[in-house]
Design a protein around this ligand. Structure first.
Ligand SMILES: Cc1cc2nc3c(=O)[nH]c(=O)nc-3n(C[C@H](O)[C@H](O)[C@H](O)COP(=O)(O)OP(=O)(O)OC[C@H]3O[C@@H](n4cnc5c(N)ncnc54)[C@H](O)[C@@H]3O)c2cc1C
Length: 531
């Protein structure tokens, strides 16, 4: 069963090792534990719905609570307190495009707002109900999760939009294929959500981001269905897939998604390498990306993330042994951990591995084989579960991300980290901040920063701490040549920063598209574009 107030399956627990807890206590002080509300307490706070019961949706408090928030830190705090504040008046679970159209029609006759909802894994406030005089219906696509068509000649698969990562992969794997899209939220996020929020998977180096995988489909809008045919390529004017990608439920509800798939790879391996310092590591991976060495994933942790990961890994004796070995080989204090993968057939993979090893060696890279790579692969979807036990130990963790050109990566990364470290200084609070680069391109890279801090004395004050941190980092990003999001999207949390990034004409253009598809502004108001 899915946790109602946290991440993932309730039965999956990732422990915080004693060494990890000690490491955080040294940096941040002893943790502060805030009391959690029970499910019963949270349910008792759900107000009466403004809608009467209807065959197309549920007005049950349980459904409304479970669809009230996503997975951002403010969402986490609201759910832990048992007080999301705003709730959808109803939750619909359509099982066909026909039912989605009925819901659009009902929204017009009953003056409703609709919020398309995939897996609810948004970390930017995308699916939180607006404070609206109109009743709000959240439209969960969970029942539309099937593989509808497989064109094996063209390697195209058509899915319902609500297929989660495991549902996409299990239906494709049974036929010998993969989509290859593995965001860290893979267990719960959905194909429609990935498209609507321009998601990026951990192996985007091989398979591409969702933009490259999304071939076409249907968007149900108030102006009628927008059908996007698939072509291998087309010069027939602007590509309307770009209207659907990143629309964040503002222009319509995606009812069908066609994706480009691949045959399952014969061979896949992940490896660990330690580089002696950040400046050499950065140069090494930039050149690796620009040389187009065919790797399937690459993740470079800065020195503090490397140190933190080793501390949180548990197994202190093995880690001490590894550190001794690395120091002897020239990767001591300041070392940076790189994980990379090769995916394909054995011959290609052997060649890619040897190219990568040779290249990294020239930068002082110490190759440690597959052990750390295997651990990364085993735990790739488990890290978010650690948030639970960090919270129980009295610490809050959040992440933020951006992308910029190589010439600005180091500068922007440093500024983001500094802005976070300084944001709670007036309160005398330390913030533990570390970063990795995990999506690299010829021209630049994503920057993914994690920050850990202590809750304040109560929930509102803790939220205020987060707001100070988030604002400091977001303003730093847009003021210093970064995009407000490389992969998490805009939602409500980033909407205020979009104008600075895109400019007034671009925002007007997006507003015009929204009015075109949704003249009365019923779809997900406040997300992507501020009201
Ligand atoms: C622990 C964790 C790890 C994460 N890791 C990654 C990562 O590695 N890469 C990454 O890209 N993101 C990541 N995310 C963010 C999140 O998972 C992505 O934004 C994901 O694409 C959201 O998918 P979803 O199905 O949960 O959509 P939701 O959260 O339900 O919705 C997101 C947006 O899409 C819209 N939407 C959803 N379905 C439809 C539809 N059918 N039609 C129209 N609009 C729709 C919603 O209205 C909303 O605006 C992570 C989140 C968490 C909590």
């Amino acid at each position: 069963m899915r946790r109602w107030n946290g991440w993932g399956e309730a039965t999956t627990v990732v422990e915080l090792p004693a060494q990890g807890a000690g490491f955080l206590a040294e940096r941040l002080g002893v943790g502060r534990v805030l009391p959690d509300a029970t499910l019963e307490e949270a349910l008792a706070r759900v107000p009466a719905s403004r809608l009467a019961a209807h065959g197309l949706y549920s007005i049950e408090p349980h459904d409304r609570l479970l669809h009230a928030r996503g997975q951002s830190l403010p969402d986490w705090l609201a759910l832990r307190e048992g007080a999301p504040g705003l709730y959808p008046d109803a939750v619909a679970f359509p099982d066909s495009a026909g039912q989605i159209r009925q819901l659009l029609a009902l929204a017009q006759t009953q003056d409703l707002c609709l919020i398309p909802y995939g897996g609810g894994t948004s970390v930017a406030g995308h699916i939180n109900p607006p404070d609206s005089v109109r009743p709000v219906v959240t439209v969960s696509l969970a029942r539309m999760n099937r593989l509808l068509d497989l064109d094996e000649h063209s390697l195209l698969a058509t899915f319902g939009p609500g297929a989660s990562g495991p549902q996409v992969e299990s239906q494709l794997r049974a036929r010998g294929y993969t989509l290859g899209h593995f965001p860290q939220s893979w267990e719960l996020s959905t194909l429609g959500g990935w498209v609507a929020s321009r998601s990026s998977g951990q192996q985007s180096l091989r398979y591409g981001r969702i933009e490259q995988l999304f071939a076409g489909g249907t968007l149900e809008t108030f102006a009628g269905p927008l059908e996007i045919a698939t072509f291998p390529a087309s010069a027939a004017g602007p590509d309307l897939r770009e209207v659907v990608l990143g629309c964040e439920g503002r222009f319509g509800i995606i009812s069908q998604v066609k994706v480009r798939i691949s045959a399952l790879p014969a061979d896949e391996r992940f490896y660990g390498v330690f580089l002696p310092d950040w400046s050499q590591a950065l140069q090494a991976i930039r050149q690796l990306a620009q040389a187009r060495v065919p790797l399937s994933m690459l993740r470079l942790s800065n020195a503090l993330e490397t140190e933190t990961q080793l501390a949180l890994a548990g197994h202190p004796q093995q880690i001490a042994w590894l550190e001794k070995y690395l120091a002897l080989r020239g990767a001591g204090v300041g070392k940076c951990m790189l994980t990379f993968g090769v995916t394909g057939n054995r011959r290609q993979n052997a060649l890619s591995l040897s190219q990568a090893r040779q290249h990294l060696k020239a930068f002082g890279g110490v190759f440690t084989g597959t052990l750390l790579g295997k651990k990364w692969a085993q735990n790739r979807f488990r890290f978010p579960y650690l948030r639970e036990n960090l919270w129980n130990a009295g610490y809050v963790v959040d992440t933020l991300e951006t992308a910029t050109d190589w010439s600005n990566v180091d500068n922007l990364l440093e500024r983001i980290e500094q802005s976070l470290r300084a944001a709670l200084a007036a309160q005398g609070e330390q913030v533990h901040v570390f970063t990795h680069l995990s999506h690299v391109y010829g021209e630049g890279s994503s920057i993914y920063t994690t920050y850990v801090f202590r809750p304040a004395a109560d929930y509102p004050a803790t939220l205020a701490r987060w707001q100070a941190l988030k604002h400091a980092a977001s303003q730093t990003i847009v003021d210093n040549g970064g995009t407000i999001s490389h992969q998490h999207g805009v939602g409500k949390d980033h909407a205020a920063y979009l104008l600075r990034e895109k400019g007034a004409l671009a925002i007007d253009t997006l507003q015009a598209l929204s009015r075109h598809f949704d003249p009365a502004g019923r779809l997900n108001p406040g997300t992507l574009l501020q009201e």
